[in-house]
Design a protein around this ligand. Sequence first.
Ligand code: SF4
Ligand code: SF4
Length: 445
Amino acid sequence: MAEGSLEAPIRHPIPWQDPDFYDEAKLDEELRRIFDICHGCRRCFNLCDSFPRLFDLIDESESGELDTVSSTDFKPVVDACTLCDMCFLTKCPYVPPHEFNLDFPHLMLRYRAVELKKGEIPWSERQLTETDRNGSLARPVAGLCNWAADNKNRLTRPLIEKALGVHRDADLPKYHARPLTLQAKSEVPEVNRAAPAFGRKALLYATCFSNYNDPDIGLAARKVLAHNGVDTEVVYPACCGMPQMEHGDVARVAETARKVAAELRPRVDEGWTVIGLVPSCVLMLKFEWPLLCPDDDNVKALSAATRDIDEYVIDIARNEGMAAGLKPLDGGVTLHIACHARAQNIGQKSTELLKLIPEADLKVIERCSGHGGSWGVMKQNFEVALKVGKPVARQARQAGKAYLASGCPLAADHIRQGMERIDGEAAIPAETHHPIELLAKAYGL
Ligand code: SF4
Ligand code: SF4
C-alpha cells in the first residue's frame, strides 16, 4: 500500500442529501474503518484532543484494538473536534485521491449531522451559533449585553452558564451598537486615485463577527484598501454558516450558501472581488459551500471570486505595489496564523502582510489556538480549549511583544486569555488585533 498519494489532495463533495449519509449503521462502519487507520498511523497525536481521546480509548480497551471498543464511546472523540481541518491539510497522507479516502473532519461533521437529525444536540448549545439573530437583538442594548457577558461579572455569568452552558470564565466577544454595515454607509473613505492599484473594486463581506462584534476590522480594511486605490462596498447578506456547520446543520448551511451566492452573483459577474474579513468565513465561501452545493453555479462563481483580506492585500503588493506611507510600529507583533487561514492553502499571507510594515519585528506562531468558534467557550470544552492552546499562549507570553494579532479574532482573544494563566514578565497586550488593523495603524489611518 502506498504511503500518501502521488496526486494532489482533493476533497469530495459532502453527500448530505444522500439518505446513506444519515444511516447510523453505515456511519458506524465508516467511523470504525477510519479510526482503525488512524490507530495504526497516529501522526495526529498532538493536533487536538480528538486524537489522544481516540488512541487512549483503543489502547485501554480489552484487546488494545478497535474491535473491543464500543461505538457508544466514540462521542467524546467527536466532541473534541473543532473542525479546524489541520489533520486533513497538514498531516494526513491518506486523503483523497488515496484509496483510503480519509477525511477525518468531514467524518466528524457527518456524526454531528446524524446527532442533529436525532435531536441530540441540546437547544442551549445551538443558541450561541445564531449569530445574526443574537447580533440584531443585542445591538440596541449592546451596553447591557456586554455588562452581562463580561466574565468578571459574577452575578450574570453563573446564570448564563446554567442557561446556555457557556463557561463562566470564557471571554465572549463584545457587541457593538452600530454594525459595520451601518457605519460603512456614513463613513466612506476617499479612494486614492494616485495609488498603483487604483481601478480595483471589491465587496467586503462583513462577516457576522466584524458586523456585530468588531466593526473596526472592516473599517480598517476599507481604509487600507481605499488608500491603495481600491473602491469598496460593504455587504452582509447573512452569516457564512460556520457556527451552524459546527453543529452539523449542513442543510441550513447549504440553503444559506445558495441564497447568498445568488444575491452576490450579479456583482461577481461585474468583476467585483469578494473579500472576507475572517478566515473561517472565507474558508466557507471558497471551499465548504462548493462541497455542500457542488451543482450550484452561483456558489462556484462566488467561490472563485472570494479572497481572504490578507491574501488580497498581498496580491496588490505583488502586482501593482503598495501605496506609500507605512511607518514602523513600536514594540513588535506576535502573530498567530489561524487554522482556517492555513486551510485555505494560500501560504502565510498574514505574515507577508505584516512584513510590509518597515522594520517589522514579528514572532509568528503557526499552531492551533484551540478555541474552535463557539466550541471553546462551552462549559465542557473551555478547559480543553485552553489546554490545546497552551503551547501557543506560552510562546506568545515568552515573545513579550506589544501587539497580539491573528486573522481569527476569536483565536486571538482565546490566546490572550491563555496568556493570563502563564507566568511571565512582559505585559500582556490589553487588546488583540486583526493584521489589517495593524497595517492601517502603520499607515496612520
Ligand atoms: S479537524 Fe482539527 S480538531 Fe478535528 S480532528 Fe482534525 S485536527 Fe483535530
Ligand atoms: S487523520 Fe490521517 S494522519 Fe491523522 S492519524 Fe488519521 S490517518 Fe494518520
